[in-house]
Ligand binder design. Structure first.
Ligand code: FPP
Length: 251
């Protein structure tokens, strides 16, 4: 039985999020510039998106650029932004052919104008698609969006349109950039780092975490299948006992 056949179709996570890490190390190990690692990383993105569509995953969120990544050398930031625009434009037909809807989360106003415009164009063009949502986290950080949400709530309180005791978890969730997106059920991080690095902190409250030593450019469909098989072997209890999960009527 190959790996893909081991995946239980009825238990595919609705939303998988990925921290694509290790592009720089992949390149350095081979004596190349870090930016070549990012270019190879795009091939891994393509493989992963293809696998996700084949498996019927509803949402795939990729951490493509964090708020902290703005501190990288300018040439690397420029190369990443160019790569983003090039990839989004190049894959436009793939998105349409596969019914993929592109979305983006993050402080997008910080993107260079050309990147922003091209990204918005691809988002608009694919808005008619009803299949998998491919969510790019760009200039994204979880603490940023949490503070933004807190500011909006505080503003409403000071205007007198909201009372502190009226704030609910749902209200808070609806103010995050992921308002229309279900919480991820599986978070994958590559490159052997065991961190969540300011990514979807609120949204991963009950998410299963999967870490692999594979560097992102080497991430393959097989590796993705392995993560899903591992996820499906886990018991998700959401704070309840095993017995409650197995006999839902007796909860
Ligand atoms: C982390 O590796 C990777 C990034 C900061 C960028 C990820 C971007 C891509 C894969 C390409 C563009 C994406 C799309 C969606 C078209 P790193 O540079 O932190 O690696 P290191 O930890 O080894 O230095």
């Amino acid at each position: 039985m190959n790996l893909k056949e081991k995946i239980i179709k009825e238990r595919i996570p609705a939303h998988v999020a990925i921290i694509m890490d290790g592009n720089g190390r992949w390149a350095r190990k081979r004596g190349f510039a870090r930016t070549l690692g990012h270019e190879k990383g795009v091939d891994a993105v393509r493989e992963t998106v293809e696998a996700a569509v084949e498996l019927g995953i509803g949402y795939l969120t990729l951490y493509a650029f964090s708020t902290e990544n703005w501190n990288r050398p300018k040439y690397e930031i420029d190369a990443l932004m160019r790569l983003l625009v090039r990839s989004v434009n190049k894959e436009r037909k793939t998105f349409m052919d596969n019914n993929i809807r592109l979305m983006a989360i993050g402080d997008l106003r910080n993107l260079p104008p050309k990147s922003y415009t091209e990204l918005m164009k691809a988002i608009d063009d694919t808005a008619v698609n009803t299949g998998m949502r491919l969510v790019l986290a760009l200039s994204y950080s979880s603490r940023w969006e949490i503070v933004e949400a807190a500011r909006i709530l505080a503003g409403n309180i000071s205007k007198g349109t909201l009372k502190p005791e009226e704030i609910t978890q749902e209200m808070f969730s609806n103010l995050l950039t992921t308002a229309s997106i279900p919480d991820p059920e599986l978070l994958i991080r590559t490159s052997g780092e065991y961190r969540v690095s300011n990514f979807l902190l609120w949204q991963i409250a009950y998410c299963e975490l999967y870490f692999t030593p594979t560097l992102w450019p080497d991430f393959s469909k097989e590796e993705f299948y392995r993560a899903l098989i591992d996820y499906q072997s886990r018991e998700r209890r959401f704070g309840m006992t095993s017995e409650q999960i197995r006999k839902p009527k007796n909860r």
